[in-house]
Design a protein around this ligand. Sequence first.
Ligand SMILES: NC(=O)C1=CN([C@@H]2O[C@H](COP(=O)(O)OP(=O)(O)OC[C@H]3O[C@@H](n4cnc5c(N)ncnc54)[C@H](OP(=O)(O)O)[C@@H]3O)[C@@H](O)[C@H]2O)C=CC1
Ligand SMILES: O=C(O)C1=N[C@H](C(=O)O)C[C@H](O)C1
Length: 255
Amino acid sequence: MTVRIGVTGATGRMGREVIAAADDHADCEVVLAVNRDPDDETVDGVDVEPAAEFESLVADREPTVVIDFTGPASAIDYAETCVAAGIAFVTGTTGFDDDQNAALEAASEDVPVLDAPNFARGVQALLNVVGEAVGNLPGYDVELVETHHNAKRDAPSGTAKRLLSEIEASGDFDGRTHGREGEDPREGAEIGVHALRAGDVTGEHEVVIAGNHEEVRLTHRAEDRGVFAAGAVDAAVWIAGRKAGRYEFADVIDE
Ligand SMILES: NC(=O)C1=CN([C@@H]2O[C@H](COP(=O)(O)OP(=O)(O)OC[C@H]3O[C@@H](n4cnc5c(N)ncnc54)[C@H](OP(=O)(O)O)[C@@H]3O)[C@@H](O)[C@H]2O)C=CC1
Ligand SMILES: O=C(O)C1=N[C@H](C(=O)O)C[C@H](O)C1
């Protein structure tokens, strides 16, 4: 059965990639694409329509799943419209605060919701192994460096935060130190976190585990945004027809 896809943030860096990936997917059809100021634009032959009309467009086109890569506040607004319409919601947006996370959780009581800070399969593999590496090297220093393009808004990245949760669950750490300046030596079992913003870097995450005159570096480098878009479309196909609940990208990969 064809999965009818709605895309928000359609002219953004990721929105464009999602439309292209959904168009390429044998089981998907893009039935709706919105942005705040579409200005008669098309992406991959799909008309981009005003976000202000999202609710009526959803009622008219009846997407099965909406895929969202926008910003935290708008993602929650779109999720709430999906709840009202009974439509599954997949979001890759990052930077949600606690209230926004709670709103996603509430939405997942009514419709299927899948949120993931990173839809690259390699990042999921990194998340699966990073805790084991840290747990095998007690007392070693751990630092995380992430690098993204100069237009990224949130820091540290959503992926970095997820990696940090895995690291913290696997060792005895004192807390996080975000960057260093002046006389600021490493203290105790802190985890150093460093966010670089430069040029058009798609997304890199590196965990450095060092001690005992040796170091381990676990690195993921996304070379093209298409990798995130393909993962998000796979997630949309996977979630179509599921019962309400909160899902993550690991659920898609593990099945
Ligand atoms: N999970 C993953 O694998 C990945 C996640 N991301 C995340 O996806 C999000 C988007 O990234 P990216 O595509 O690079 O960002 P862009 O800024 O390129 O695109 C965001 C799009 O969302 C729209 N938008 C932003 N705010 C609103 C709003 N309040 N209401 C309606 N539309 C809005 C923008 O519209 P306008 O042009 O009008 O401002 C724009 O079209 C970020 O949170 C990023 O961290 C990115 C890559 C991979
Ligand atoms: O904003 C981006 O570009 C990306 N954001 C995601 C994040 O915050 O983790 C994922 C990816 O690294 C690209």
